[in-house]
Design a protein. Structure first.
Length: 96
């Protein structure tokens, strides 16, 4: 299970790579549109990368609701932990 800090580090490095941003620009409170000037094409690129990280299709309405880096971290952290918990319960059921 990844911690929120580990997820933040992964999100930060992903955004640095995708958008050529310095790490100091990417903080939890950073606003995606206002502070980083992300546009709709950037949002599509970010969504695709988030789906690669989680190995899941993320609902469009959930992605549209992302406003800050913290929103992204919360989404990824929750998605990864839910998938891990689901996998653990599936494994437990398979053993019974």
């Amino acid at each position: 299970m990844l911690t929120r800090e580990e997820v933040f580090d992964r999100v930060r490095s992903t955004m640095q790579e995708l958008f050529d941003l310095g790490p100091e620009r990417i903080q939890m409170e950073t606003k995606l549109i206002e502070d980083l000037d992300l546009d709709s094409i950037d949002a599509i690129d970010l969504a695709a990368r988030l789906e690669e990280i989680t190995h899941q299709r993320l609902p469009e309405e959930t992605l549209r609701a992302l406003r800050t880096v913290q929103d992204v971290v919360t989404l990824i952290h929750g998605t990864l932990n839910n998938a891990e918990a689901s996998g653990a319960s599936d494994g437990a059921e398979a053993k019974e």
